[in-house]
Design a protein around this ligand. Sequence first.
Ligand code: AMP
Length: 428
Amino acid sequence: MLRSMDAEPRPKRYAAPRGAQDVLPDDWPWWRHVRDTAERVCARFGYRHIETPVFEHAGVYLRSVGAGTDIVEKEVYLFEDRGGDRLALRPEGTAGVMRAYIEHGMANWPQPVRLYYTAPNFRYDRPQAGRYRQHTQFGVECVGDGEPHIDAEVIDLLVTFYGELGLRDFTLKLNSIGDQNCRPAYIERLREHYLPRLDAVCADDRVRFEKNPMRLLDCKEERCQPVIATAPRIANYLCDPCRHHFEAVQTYLTALGIDYQLDDRLVRGLDYYTRTAFEVQPAIEASQSALGGGGRYDGLIELLGGPPTPGIGFGTGFERIILNLKRQEVPLEPESPPALYIAPLIDEAVPVALRLADDVRAEGVAVIVGSAARSLKAQLRHAGQLRARNVAMIGRTELDGREVTLRDMELHSERRVSMADVPRAITH
Ligand code: AMP
């Protein structure tokens, strides 16, 4: 709720909130490259765009994401609106899309339903390089088919996307975390392993031991590594259906020529994940560096009140992708400067300049109109700063003759061109 503005000490100026950042025009080509590549690849795989609200009823996340996860316990932005509804800003993409799947009866659409989104997420996290309080994810969800070839398809889509972006040398890590049939027995064994060693592990691990034991396996603390190294391996506890599923996923990935590394320490933090879990690490690895990750969540839709429905998806962050594209010096198509700068030299030339600009823009050309309040010299300098290829000057003489003086900024040549001929003159 906004309090009286007077109650706030008035700062001289504001900066963006901690962990949130502006995308400035110079950075936009990177963002557009990521977004356009995502859209192009999704279209080819038959994934259709979905957009869900930035906020949801808090229960959508609190019920689905599960107890004992950082996202719910520490990171979700919760608020009450003016009507008293308890809402949450989206911390991750999947739960809202599943809410929409149930709400719109997508179970009656041809299955599986293939969806994708690019959307901002919000997590009250400790900001650092590659970790922000607002970040943007490209994610896909394939809902309604639990067969292993779907897992391979989703991973294929992610790997194709990175490849088309120009990312190199990334590593795909793969694991199966079992399901409700086999995981409980594994977790019991994991707890037995940790129980006599709880004094040796970090404080966070002691909480995980109680609330989310699978997460014990991806603890990054030095002192916990020996305990992880000797922990029982989930691969040895998978039930037959989970093992067959996992083997099939690997067969399909191999058939697709997709390299992967098995990593039985790869666990997803969220309770609704089942079976396949995967993550992509960039060439230069840091603890917060996962480029993207996902997995199967066959238990999620039921948790949200829908019929039992299998699903799998991934999320990958724009900011980390762009960090890596820049690090790898992936070349981008340069942004084209305006093809034409129109410099009105007297006030009466302004309406003519505005009109001429529209006529030229109608040909699909970028045009900037200068200001008659500035001198010709200042307008030429401005056109140069904007790297405009041509400048059309309109003074008294040009106005009377319905002409412009067209200056080619590269060749430093000038010629008179009738206004009607300007589009042709600058595009040829
Ligand atoms: P998650 O939803 O935690 O599985 O994250 C999926 C992907 O989203 C990660 O691999 C990152 O690329 C990105 N991501 C997650 N959290 C953040 C964050 N706090 N800041 C920036 N990117 C993030």
